[in-house]
Design a protein around this ligand. Structure first.
Ligand code: SF4
Length: 202
């Protein structure tokens, strides 16, 4: 029978102990592999088809939320302030506020990656994401149009030293523009020269 996999979303990369224990028990019982994804989520691999629903339900009972089409993308975050000595802001708080504002429906097929980094070292890849937020001594810098992959592109800075409320407004503008263009799979990097692009380099 075919093997299945499940990806559990871990906001800000944190794994609650109850969920960790439920995943550990299910992995032991069903001989699953446990993989930490580069988007900071937890993936259970090799789930026997006959056990898939049980595994999903047990994880849901432990609080799991699963990756699926149509969800706004969780930001990838670095550890930030106060746990990193270089951190200039609390990356967890910024990411949580982004998800509080945008959590919910997102058009299926849309590709958007968001990253939050606590300083210019950009350990979470804020300059290589569609939308990147980076801590500075003066506030947040926002980048747009970055991407990784075979031909990486460094995003363009579209705001300097702004407060979190302004970051949210800029993300709103970028998401609305991206959705308005509505081409499945298109990255913001491909839209930077569009005459309707809502922001300018700074
Ligand atoms: S980006 Fe800066 S604050 Fe974040 S983990 Fe790296 S060095 Fe620390």
């Amino acid at each position: 029978m075919a093997k299945e996999k499940l990806t559990i979303l871990l906001p800000t990369g944190h794994l609650p102990l109850g969920l960790m224990e439920a995943a550990r028990q299910l992995a032991a019982v069903h001989s699953l592999r446990v993989y930490l994804t580069n988007r900071q989520n937890l993936r259970l691999i090799d789930i026997p088809g006959h056990a898939y629903e049980e595994v999903r339900q047990e994880l849901a009972k432990a609080g799991a939320r699963f990756q699926e089409p149509g969800l706004f993308p969780l930001p990838t975050v670095c550890v930030g302030k106060p746990d990193c000595r270089h951190g200039l802001f609390d990356t967890e708080a910024v990411s949580t506020e982004i998800m509080r504002q945008f959590d919910g429906c997102f058009p299926s097929g849309s590709r958007l990656k968001i990253a939050v980094s606590g300083c210019c070292r950009c350990c979470s890849g804020a300059k290589l994401a569609d939308i990147g937020v980076m801590g500075t001594r003066d506030g947040c810098d926002v980048f747009a149009g970055g991407k990784g992959g075979a031909a990486p592109i460094v995003g363009c800075r579209v705001a300097r030293g702004v407060a979190l409320g302004e970051v949210i407004r800029i993300i709103e503008d970028l998401v609305a523009f991206h959705q308005h263009k509505g081409v499945p799979g298109q990255r913001i990097a491909e839209l930077m020269d569009d005459p309707e692009f809502p922001l300018s380099a700074c």
